[in-house]
Design a protein around this ligand. Structure first.
Ligand SMILES: C[S@@+](CC[C@H](N)C(=O)[O-])C[C@H]1O[C@@H](n2cnc3c(N)ncnc32)[C@H](O)[C@@H]1O
Length: 213
């Protein structure tokens, strides 16, 4: 998958995305944000914000920046911030693999159902670490391949179809974390069938301590 395909596939999804991926995955979006215990003026980046389903979940006293490459998905997210009157949210069209933010710009970086939907997860994770301050939090809500042989066999069979649909099923959390400065503080199974993970990491770059707040 390349960026052209991201734009094509996700802009095609935009009109129906909330109906297909809204409610079924929403409980874990809610619990991901609820558990953050967000502080006043905390700077939060939502990578691959999509149609902005999680944006109304953030308290109005924090500052949220949402980025996405798909103009169609962002249009829907703009409609959502208008209909909810969210004055603390800014949306930008940007490649998560080449972000236009300074180093250490955010306290918390959230990626919900994103690392398996991007052309190059290594670039995206590297960028998430770069723009998150030392000691900040990086949250990934995602399906990760988990080594279970039966599930791995199913993932292998459906993988070509899923790639066509804009995401992959064969990426493990170990691969995502390999060689990074991220320390896993929490890893919980969520969503129907418990096949998805809510992973909270502390960004330990530059020798920062292992607690985030
Ligand atoms: C499965 S959707 C998840 C949307 C949203 N986070 C949610 O919880 O529903 C993946 C999103 O990642 C975006 N995306 C994929 N590759 C990207 C990239 N390189 N840069 C920015 N956004 C990207 C897609 O456009 C899409 O909106």
């Amino acid at each position: 998958m390349d960026l052209k395909k991201v734009e094509r596939v996700y802009s095609n999804y935009a009109g129906v995305y909330d109906h297909i991926f809204g409610r079924i995955f929403h409980e874990s979006r809610e619990s991901a944000v609820r558990r953050l215990d967000i502080k006043p003026n905390e700077r939060i980046l939502e990578v691959g914000v999509g149609t902005g389903l999680s944006l109304p979940l953030y308290p109005g006293y924090c500052q949220v920046v949402g980025i996405d490459f798909s103009a169609g998905m962002l249009r829907k997210a703009h409609e959502r911030i208008q209909s909810h009157g969210l004055e603390n949210v800014v949306l930008l069209r940007m490649d998560a693999g080449r972000m236009e933010f300074e180093d250490d710009s955010f306290d918390t970086v959230m990626a919900a159902y994103v690392v398996t939907a991007v052309p190059d997860y290594r670039k995206v994770v590297t960028e998430m670490i770069r723009v998150c301050r030392p000691g900040g939090r990086i949250i990934m809500l995602n399906h990760f391949s988990n080594g279970n042989k039966l599930i791995a066999a199913v993932e292998k069979v459906i993988s070509p179809l899923c790639k066509h649909l804009g995401f992959r099923t064969d990426l493990s959390l170990e691969n995502v974390l390999e060689g990074t400065s991220l320390l896993v503080a929490r890893n919980e199974k969520v969503n129907p069938l418990r096949l998805w993970h809510l992973v909270e990491c502390v960004n330990r770059k530059n020798g920062s301590p292992s607690t985030s707040h």
